[in-house]
Ligand binder design. Structure first.
Ligand SMILES: Nc1ncnc2c1ncn2[C@@H]1O[C@H](COP(=O)(O)OP(=O)(O)OP(=O)(O)O)[C@@H](O)[C@H]1O
Ligand SMILES: O=C(O)[C@@H](O)C(=O)CO
Length: 438
């Protein structure tokens, strides 16, 4: 088996989201955590997703990491590179979506690429170049209060033009609706009519999965594509047409390790806060106070002491630092956004490490940055993708001994009962396994 599609994701939960969509579309997919190097074995897979932590780093580092990942994927045989970012286009004024796309365009020698964050199943659609979250504009959604990447402008052309040296164009819904041929044609016209000698990035409208399928088909043979995970659903068929991918889909097996279940939430999104509230009234929980963390109180020790007792019962337990926007704004004003974020992440990582030592084997983590910190602390290098819990969030199993079951949830994904649903999904699979073994 050789790699056909090489993906670079700018955060961990986004990578898992993409890997799940590729698996569902029939590609054997492995996720590599962090930058691969010459010692990283090429997995036996058709698609590889490299999960970086480059969404909120400085642009220099984001470019450097993405180019190294791209190089590795190309050497491993990838015929197309997919730069995956958030379906809500999470980025700062400086980047990193624009700078990384520019650098990849240059490296791959492309005249153009596309940018399409749409993820209709999760309510993200693009119409006339404006990004919508459910029924409203991006800038009216809770993403305007994101602690690291507040999104206040829904006009993707404007947002990307501020970050990128490329020429930004739009391909509107009317062309997309007509299908792959019309989309390809529209892209060609825009590249031809471009007077400057810079590459072109086409922001493409997409309101539903049919549109994404058409866009995927129109991208056949394009060396670089960029967008949200849902864009991937249209790609495997291109590879089947060229014979790079078999026409049958093999179902992968999934056997999660046994052990205690823990929930770690560092996401402060609206969806996660509702999920935390839901779980709080049902399972033992421990609040991580960001002010205590900044004052260097022994939060990790206290949390683990509590966990040793709480884990004696069979219930999952939850740790959360998730807080309301007013509290976040206050602490960030006092101590700086980056400082607060990284200190809280470090503490959650240490707690995860301690929990593994005392028997936790099933981790549900909320938040992309938080998941990155947890995975680092747990020493996970690769992950195999298992069954979906909710759109965009699968169970996964890590490499290494002991192996761990991990559900890494993007901040805004999942239903209100997500945490408990994820845990009971594995319990059900344990019961089925027990029955089978009888
Ligand atoms: N109480 C708190 N006060 C200030 N910052 C916090 C607090 N709790 C968590 N944080 C920080 O907020 C950030 C949340 O980002 P994270 O990526 O984990 O979640 P998210 O943005 O909701 O998820 P995603 O990136 O998947 O959309 C992290 O850096 C985390 O450390
Ligand atoms: O695309 C999304 O919304 C997610 O995969 C993600 O990246 C959130 O951090």
């Amino acid at each position: 088996m050789s790699i056909v599609l090489g993906c670079i994701a700018d955060d961990l939960t986004g990578a898992t989201d993409l890997a799940m969509i590729l698996v569902q579309a029939g590609m054997k997919t492995v996720q590599i955590v962090g930058m691969p190097d010459e010692n990283t074995p090429v997995p036996d897979a058709e698609a590889v997703v490299v999960a970086l932590k480059s969404r909120t780093t400085n642009s220099y580092d984001a470019i450097r990491m993405s180019l190294i990942a791209c190089d590795w994927l190309q050497k491993a045989g990838a015929k197309q590179i997919f730069f995956k970012y958030c379906s809500t286009f999470d980025s700062t004024k400086e980047g990193n979506i624009g700078p990384v796309t520019d650098a990849l365009l240059e490296k791959l020698g492309c005249s153009d690429t596309i940018a399409c964050p749409a993820f209709p199943e999760n309510g993200r659609t693009v119409y006339r170049g404006y990004l919508f979250v459910n029924e409203g504009l991006l800038s009216e959604s809770s993403l305007r209060n994101h602690p690291l990447t507040p999104m206040n402008d829904p006009n993707l052309k404007r947002v990307l033009a501020a970050q990128s040296k490329s020429h930004i164009t739009n391909i509107f819904f009317e062309d997309v609706e007509k299908g792959p041929e019309a989309i390809s044609q529209a892209m060609k016209i825009r590249v031809k009519s471009q007077e400057k000698t810079v590459p072109v990035i086409h922001i493409i409208d997409a309101l539903n999965d049919n549109h994404l399928q058409s866009i995927g088909q129109a991208c056949q043979g394009m060396a670089l594509i960029t967008g949200g995970s849902a864009l991937a659903q249209g790609l495997p068929d291109n590879f089947r047409k060229t014979g790079w991918l078999p026409n049958f889909i093999k179902k992968a097996s999934f056997s999660p390790p046994l052990g205690s279940s823990v929930i770690l939430s560092g996401s402060c999104s609206e969806a996660t806060r509702a999920q935390v509230e839901y779980a709080k009234s049902r399972i033992p929980h421990f609040r991580l106070d960001a002010f205590d963390i900044l004052e260097k109180k022994p939060v990790v020790e206290q949390a683990l002491e509590w966990a040793e007792q709480a884990m004696k019962a069979d219930d999952p337990i939850m740790f959360y630092s998730s807080a309301d926007p007013e509290i976040i704004t206050r602490i960030q004003k006092e101590r700086g956004r980056v400082e607060v974020g990284s200190r809280v992440e470090a503490v959650i990582g240490k707690i995860a490490h301690g929990l593994k030592k005392i028997g936790a084997r099933r981790f549900v983590v909320a938040g992309g940055e938080t998941s990155g910190a947890v995975i680092d602390a747990l020493g996970v290098k690769t992950m195999e993708i298992g069954p979906p819990i909710d759109p965009g969030v699968p169970w996964t199993i890590s490499d290494g001994t002991p192996s761990l079951a991990l559900a890494l949830k993007s901040g805004n994904f999942g239903t209100e009962d997500f945490f408990l649903k994820a845990v009971s999904q594995l319990k059900k699979s344990d019961e089925i396994e027990k029955e089978r073994a009888k």
